[in-house]
Design a protein around this ligand. Structure first.
Ligand SMILES: Nc1ncnc2c1ncn2[C@@H]1O[C@H](COP(=O)(O)OP(=O)(O)OP(=O)(O)O)[C@@H](O)[C@H]1O
Ligand SMILES: [Mg+2]
Length: 413
């Protein structure tokens, strides 16, 4: 092979030698790779050489260079595990294995400069350095997850239409442990710590959790999966730990973990390291509840199949309530109940709309009212009339059809 090595020559490192010793492979300093055949010099893998080209005789000369001439690429990471022989360092979202060195001295959690072969070369900080400036996680942060009583004050079961068995079961699983925890303990029953709400989008999971919190007069912390991973990225575990700690201090508290699937996806290889740590943290915290801790954790998801199986083991989210799409009776009830807070005029055709909205979610049904109100106001009415209600229904039907047509699987939920 011929190379155009201009000027003073280039630095190269031997990366491999063919079995017969005929071909020698190099990495060049500029990142290129190449090989030379028939090198009449004894070389070993790892040798650093200065290669020059004698153009007149068309010969390449290999001159040994000190290994320090080829400094190893160093990277920054956080020490996660330090064993006698190897250390595991998290860098760029993955774990890297390096040899353990005695100098410099380092511990788990340190931010260090390291190289694959050299191991840790320098301690940059005795704390893990975060990617960006993160807000401090302190008590004032915890307050932000607290749903104030003003938010839920006038929320009651009369706001929740249909699904009466779901409501009854949810109340039983949440209110009884919160209000009668001692009695359950006396009986020796396994305490209910986690209840999983599953069901399609807009089926009322979040709404029911809020109503139960308001009605049971429990302190209610609400946290959402996507938020944990965007706004609180890098501090999610700390945040969850503090939320659990704050909840445990209350006389009775509910922690509502909305859209938990985004956090608690299967802890397979491909799922992100951070997600695994958050799930592990959640499991540790739930396992650590004392029998007399009056906290129920509700988690909601519309992708239960994606949940980590470990979350469903006994003593964790082992109680599941499925929120179905409402049937005709439920749909009428949802429409009637959501109309309670609106000004309407005359008898409205609830039965007809309920009969023609098969497969609709509660959220879609309530959307009818928003559209009906727009129609009423644009026609100078201050109440919703039958024509507005029907017009609202037709509009939402159209949007649903359009959304359905644009879904790749033809619209099956
Ligand atoms: N059973 C119900 N009765 C009255 N209104 C309801 C009911 N269920 C849902 N709604 C209405 O639909 C809206 C959306 O419901 P909610 O946020 O509870 O759905 P969700 O199941 O949490 O959905 P997602 O999985 O998308 O988070 C609520 O704000 C409320 O207006
Ligand atoms: Mg929700």
């Amino acid at each position: 092979m011929t190379y155009d090595l201009e000027g003073a020559g280039v630095l190269a490192k031997v990366t491999a030698i063919s079995d017969d010793g005929y071909s020698v492979y190099f990495d060049f300093r500029n990142g290129n790779t190449g090989y030379f055949d028939d090198v009449d010099q004894e070389l070993s893998v790892g040798d650093v050489l200065l290669i020059t080209h004698d153009k007149e005789n068309n010969r390449y000369d290999f001159e040994e260079a000190p290994s320090s001439a080829w400094p190893e690429a160093l990277w920054v990471g956080i020490v996660r595990l330090k064993l006698q022989d190897i250390s595991v360092i998290e860098s760029g979202g993955r774990l890297r294995k390096v040899p353990t060195v005695t100098v410099p001295c380092y511990e788990n959690g340190y931010t260090v400069l390291a190289g694959d072969a050299q191991g840790v070369t320098k301690v940059l900080s005795e704390r893990p350095i975060k990617y960006f400036d993160l807000p401090e996680v302190d008590d004032s942060v915890i307050d932000r997850f607290l749903l104030s009583s003003e938010d839920t004050e006038d929320l009651g079961f009369e706001d929740f239409g249909g699904l009466s068995t779901v409501v009854a079961r949810a109340r039983e699983l949440i209110e009884i442990p919160l209000n009668e925890g001692k009695a359950l303990l006396e009986i020796g029953a396994r305490p209910i710590k986690g209840v999983l709400f599953t069901g399609g989008p807009g089926t009322g999971k979040t709404l029911l959790a809020r109503i139960i919190a308001a009605q049971s007069k429990a302190i209610f912390f609400e946290i959402s999966g996507p938020e944990v991973f965007s706004k609180w990225y890098g501090q999610s575990e700390e945040l969850i730990r503090m939320l659990f700690e704050a909840a445990a201090k209350e006389e009775k508290a509910i922690i509502f973990f909305d859209e938990i699937d985004s956090v608690a996806a299967q802890r397979g290889d491909e799922s992100h390291e951070a997600s695994k740590r958050v799930v592990a943290q959640l499991l540790t915290l739930m396992d650590g509840f004392k029998p007399d801790t009056n906290v129920v954790v509700i988690a909601a998801t519309n992708r239960p199949q994606d949940l980590d199986a470990a979350l469903r083991r006994p003593g964790r989210f082992d109680w599941e309530i499925e929120f179905p799409y409402p049937d005709e009776c439920d749909r009428k009830d949802i429409l009637v109940k959501t109309a309670r807070r609106l000004k309407t005029k005359g008898p409205l055709p609830y039965d007809i709309i309920a009969a023609h909205s098969d497969g609709w979610s509660a959220a879609e049904l309530t959307q009818i009212w928003s559209e009906a109100a727009l129609l009423a106001v644009s026609d100078n009415r201050r109440q919703i009339y039958e024509e507005d209600f029907v017009g609202g229904f037709e509009r939402v039907s159209r949007y649903r059809e359009q959304a359905r047509a644009s879904r790749p699987n033809g619209g099956d939920r």
